[in-house]
Design a binder for this molecule. Sequence first.
Ligand code: 5GP
Length: 207
Amino acid sequence: MNEHGTGPPGSNSKEIIGKHGYLFIISAPSGGGKTTLSRAVLSRFDDILFSVSYTTRTPRSGEQDGVDYYFIPKDDFNKRIENDLWAEWAKVHGNFYGTSADLLDKGLASGRDMLLEIDVQGTIQILERYPESVTIFLMPPSLETLRKRLEMRGTESLAALERRLLNAKKEMTQKDLYRHVIVNDQLSIAIENLISIIEKYRSAKYS
Ligand code: 5GP
């Protein structure tokens, strides 16, 4: 287990305190455990608003529209690009994913803290808009572990799995863009670390 970063809020992050809530961004390579970890955060802090992303990907079994993602056709996605409606968007593993600017801006303006689960390309764009976002990267202990997790999950074809692994390799080289890095080796410890990072920011805000 390993966690590093700039630590709890310094003077810069104060600006986000007050009118706006904190924006927590979690990224992890596919199979890196981000959904499980985000769920743990949301059940621990039930006032954090989860930003439901839009995607052109087909729903996996059990995924619900409006809960896991808003599943939309490619045409709709493109129209929203033309109308400048995304806070960020990216093509990931051959599908498009985006965060609604309206949902994000309104959520933050209401003073609520928000949680975004997006990839590295999206994080770079959000940091341009909200430079004080609290960015957290979940590192798998190794690519081999990641491969095993994806194989066990069994949601991808072999080609899609290879593509996700290649992308994971690339994303892992960009982990230093993030304020905090958590190695997701043992799930319970990773959850504890993630919650304690979020708690530190929130307790600075409310104290
Ligand atoms: P999955 O298809 O496994 O749900 O997600 C694939 C990747 O897309 C993950 O890395 C996930 O973080 C990323 N992703 C999900 N939603 C968004 C989004 O709104 N924007 C961006 N840039 N990436 C996203």
